[in-house]
Design a protein around this ligand. Structure first.
Ligand SMILES: C=CC1=C(C)c2cc3[nH]c(cc4nc(cc5[nH]c(cc1n2)c(C)c5CCC(=O)O)C(CCC(=O)O)=C4C)c(C)c3C=C
Ligand SMILES: [Fe+2]
Length: 418
């Protein structure tokens, strides 16, 4: 029996629901958003139970040169989970686990359900589900693969503003689940946890969110919990140097040959000190970042996508974008070209005894080499970012995320069986 035989791909009737949506009528709105609507105008249509809108029906490919969840548009729900291998589990058990995880991810991302399903996502489509797998530094010692551990996984330097909790940091294995439906994301997370069986145990878990998919007529850059437009100056896949910045090149040699097509994820749980932040006037908040809150445009004017004029001075002779503004200090031109792809989720884990929300940013950034991405930029921010008094880095992880699995392969096979 093959892996896919053990899963009932038709259970959630992806094709059936697509057909039903077709029967109800597929429309493309002015914004280019396609949705299933019925004659009575309801999204599902009373005559088509289980029909999906394009949000539910959208599927992301599991197989490919890169894993999903890196260049995939931000999803509305995310779970970040680190696992440690169980005592006694080594390379053989890890390989079997990655094989199981890959089969489950492939099935769920296509809208199927695992055997003995819980039905949590029964009426849902794939909802842009992605599952991304990575290896932490400690994985290589536990599996006897230390000789194949890339130097890019060397520990991140300590930063003066770090207040890191080791129990919520690092881990042998890392899984990122993203979806545009919370039930679909939970369903996947639970299935992956069950797959881990006796081979690995959850070390930490963080849950995050972004704006609901399809909520705005024109997809726009997301906002974070400080109210800023966040993600504007991310590298774009159409940039000529995007691949070089984000992915390990094909033909990489030495200990990271198995990482071709992969990327390194830096994960930081960054608490926002929201009472302090919200106590600032809007003008002061905008000077902290160097951009307007309303539309994300630089303080030097125009629109969100207009480049920052870092040399422009105001009537008082001072730079319009302050010297310690976050967007100035983190810009590639201030960091010898260092850049990363930021792909975060917001988090909110309740309100503390002091009445302040335990909320902030699950900062996830992707790069071909952390020493040419996160590290130099965070070093610079650590020395004088106007945002620093309003945030606290509480947990950290660095993970090697291998390239995508080819048909018939599982994620990490080139490391575990190479
Ligand atoms: C070390 C990397 C970075 C950390 C940590 C970080 C935390 C952080 N950032 C914001 C809000 C914004 N960041 C913005 C831009 C921006 N930030 C980084 C890096 C880190 N941010 C970079 C590389 C950039 C792009 C700089 C550029 O090229 O201009 C912005 C502006 C809009 C944008 O370009 O995205 C905002 C807003 C928060 C709230 C935060 C921690 C909680
Ligand atoms: Fe930032």
């Amino acid at each position: 029996m093959t892996d896919s035989d053990t899963h009932d791909i038709s259970r959630r009737r992806l094709l059936g629901t697509a057909g039903a949506a077709g029967a109800a009528g597929l429309v493309t709105g002015a914004a280019g958003i396609t949705a299933a609507v019925s004659e009575d105008g309801s999204a599902n249509g009373s005559g088509a139970p289980g029909a999906l809108t394009s949000v539910g029906a959208t599927a992301v490919a599991f197989h490919g040169r890169h894993q999903s969840g890196i260049t995939t548009p931000l999803q509305s729900r995310g779970h970040l989970v680190a696992f440690d291998l169980a005592p006694g589990a080594g390379r053989k058990e890890a390989a079997a686990l990655l094989r199981r995880w890959s089969a489950t991810a492939r099935t769920l991302m296509a809208g199927g359900a695992p055997a003995e399903d819980t039905d949590v996502a029964r009426d849902a489509g794939p909802s842009s589900l992605t599952v991304t797998f990575g290896f932490g530094r400690t994985f290589f010692d536990r599996t006897g693969l230390a000789a194949r551990r890339p130097s890019q996984l060397d520990p991140l330097p300590a930063f003066s503003s770090d207040a890191l909790d080791p129990k919520r940091s690092e881990g042998d294995l890392w899984v990122q689940v993203g979806a545009d439906d919370s039930l679909v994301a939970f369903h996947a997370l639970r299935a992956l946890q069950k797959d881990a069986g006796g081979a690995a145990r959850v070390r930490w878990q963080m849950n995050g969110f972004n704006r609901s998919a399809g909520a705005t007529a024109r997809p726009m850059t997301s906002r974070n919990l400080m109210g800023q437009v966040d993600g504007t100056n991310n590298p774009r896949p159409s940039d000529p140097d995007f691949d070089r910045r984000v992915f390990v090149p094909e033909g990489a040699s030495g200990p990271q040959a198995w990482m071709a097509g992969g990327s390194y994820a830096v994960v930081r749980r960054i608490r926002m000190l929201l009472d302090d932040w919200e106590g600032l006037s809007r003008e002061k908040q905008e000077r902290v970042i160097g951009r307007r809150k309303s539309d994300g445009a630089p303080l030097t004017g125009d629109t969100e996508t207009t480049p920052l004029k870092l040399d422009e001075r105001g009537p008082d002779g001072k730079p319009v974008i302050p010297v310690n503004a976050h967007a100035r200090i983190s810009a590639p031109e201030q960091n010898a070209g260092a850049a990363m792809l930021r792909r975060p989720f917001s988090f909110h884990d309740g309100i503390g005894a002091d009445g302040v929300p335990d909320a902030g940013l699950l900062f996830v950034c992707w790069q071909a080499d952390p020493l040419r991405g996160f590290v130099p930029v965070q070093r610079k921010l650590d020395r004088g970012d106007a945002l620093s008094p309003f945030i606290r880095h509480e947990a950290s992880g660095l993970f090697a995320v291998p390239g995508g699995a080819a048909e018939g392969e599982y994620v990490g096979q080139r490391l575990l069986e190479g």
